[in-house]
Design a protein around this ligand. Structure first.
Ligand SMILES: Cc1cc2nc3c(=O)[nH]c(=O)nc-3n(C[C@H](O)[C@H](O)[C@H](O)COP(=O)(O)OP(=O)(O)OC[C@H]3O[C@@H](n4cnc5c(N)ncnc54)[C@H](O)[C@@H]3O)c2cc1C
Length: 429
């Protein structure tokens, strides 16, 4: 029997499983679909702004394995485009295989097409999860890393309907959170128009559907900024649509005046959705076709309708053996954010099995500030509650203001050393 059961195989779940397995804990990772990485299969941007600092901190703490994989599989490094300093773009078509191989190396048992739908409780402990196929999995510690995308009913009620995105709810069943099933209150974030949830912020185009000239420019430069004539944005001026986007670094004027194209394998466009007819009026996109979501011309998935509040060590109160990570553990957005919280959750699961107190990261690190800021947001008043990322909005401003942002590992090392965090997550030899 695995001692740790991780529900959800996005970046958060994979990081949690890996961190615990590196400490020698038998881990089962349960994923609803037939693929790992969740929204990590459609993103790709790493190391932009404060994410660079957090990525380097993770490496210094001995938990940078997945950062190193995305570095190795990057198609472009150190790109600057609106709102982004020194961004790296990993190849979203090659990353999943590399992660699967790494998890296998550390003997993580991955169960695909297994959807957790219920929990069995024993007082303030989770005793087991029940699966949609009738199976039951018992464990000692559980991690909820089920993300916040969908379910389909939310995309219908709060968005523009199912846009046939990478989450493929009609095929595999919708996301379910074991923390919510255990009775916890879900926290919804509202857009300016008071609708719950936010649209995922980007779509992907089939590379072969771009004019050759534009495709070769995006492939060569990594990022291309394409001006959008006024009136072409769906739903009126670009700015109003941007307010529906998850990521704070995109609510800038440049993203209302332009469409930013990125080379992540397919071509990522930085718009939550964009009418296909209008898109095809842009230079180089006359025959553009969406790859993800397939209906990117009318909508995208809705996220952040069901986060929960966690402790600084990522334990989910009042439970003594349930942790959470990634989007599930707050209103945080991003691959790096999921890797940081996933790694800490996996590490703390291991500590719990040894009867040790779980650890929280100090606030004078970017990783610690991420979790501390998230707790402040989640426990504060609902009005004005904002999503946060290490690369935009208030959290990014905090990193700058507190002097935590750095791209220099030599500057970060003594800070982590002082806090006793160097090599914390390194595997047991
Ligand atoms: C279109 C898009 C583009 C993005 N681009 C970027 C980017 O470029 N850079 C960046 O840093 N961030 C980006 N993000 C945000 C980032 O991808 C996420 O915030 C982060 O990866 C979330 O990881 P997660 O593991 O918490 O959740 P998810 O990625 O949502 O993973 C959750 C996993 O849990 C599974 N699951 C759910 N319920 C169950 C259940 N009951 N049983 C079993 N499995 C279950 C799901 O199938 C899924 O695989 C993007 C997001 C989207 C949607």
């Amino acid at each position: 029997m695995s001692r740790l059961i991780v529900v959800g195989g996005g970046w958060a779940g994979c990081s949690a499983a890996l961190a615990a397995a590196k400490k020698g804990l038998p881990v089962t990772l349960v994923e609803r679909t037939d693929r790992l990485l969740g929204s990590g299969l459609v993103g790709g941007i790493m190391r932009n702004n404060g994410r660079f600092t957090a990525a380097e901190e993770l490496k210094l703490m001995g938990g940078g394995d997945l950062v190193e994989l995305t570095d190795t599989l990057s198609r472009h490094a150190n790109l600057n485009f609106p709102g982004h300093r020194h961004a790296w773009l990993y190849d979203i078509e090659r990353i999943e295989g590399a992660v699967i191989r790494l998890l296998k190396k550390w003997s993580v048992k991955v169960c695909y097409k297994k959807r957790a739908v219920e929990v069995e409780l024993a007082g303030r402990r989770i005793a087991a999860i029940r699966l949609a196929d009738g199976g039951t999995i018992k464990g000692e510690i559980f991690i909820d890393a089920s993300g916040t995308a969908g379910p389909m009913a939310h995309c219908r009620r709060f968005g523009n309907g199912c846009s046939m995105c990478i989450f493929r709810c009609p095929s595999f069943g919708s996301r379910v959170s074991i923390a919510i099933k255990a009775g916890l209150k879900e926290r919804m974030l509202r857009r300016e128009d008071q609708q719950p949830g936010f649209f995922s912020g980007s779509c992907e185009l089939e590379p072969g559907s771009l004019d050759r000239r534009l495709l070769s420019e995006v492939r060569k430069k990594g990022a291309v900024v394409l001006p959008v004539p006024p009136g072409l944005w769906p739903g009126g001026p670009g700015r109003s649509l941007l307010k529906a986007k998850v990521c704070r670094q995109y609510t800038r004027q440049e993203y209302a005046d332009n469409l930013v194209l990125l080379d992540t394998g397919p071509i990522k466009i930085m718009a939550p959705y964009f009418s296909l007819r209008k898109l095809r009026r842009l230079d180089g996109l006359r025959e553009a076709v969406y790859r993800d979501p397939l209906a990117g011309g009318i909508g995208n998935s809705i996220r952040f309708t069901s986060s929960i509040a966690v402790e600084a060590d990522l334990l989910v109160p009042p439970f003594s053996n349930l942790l959470a990570a990634g989007e599930r553990a707050g209103l945080m957005v991003g691959h790096t954010e999921a890797m940081v919280t996933g790694t800490l959750a996996g590490y703390n699961a291991w500590r719990l099995t040894r009867g040790e107190k779980p650890l929280s990261l100090p606030g004078d690190t970017a990783c610690g500030e991420l979790i501390a800021f998230g707790r402040e947001v989640m426990t504060g008043p609902e009005e004005g509650r904002e999503m946060y990322t290490l690369s935009g909005g208030t959290l990014w401003k905090n990193l700058l203001r507190k002097g935590l942002y750095s791209t220099d590992p030599a500057e970060l090392r003594p800070r982590l050393q002082k806090a006793g965090l160097l090599s914390l997550f390194t595997h047991m030899s």
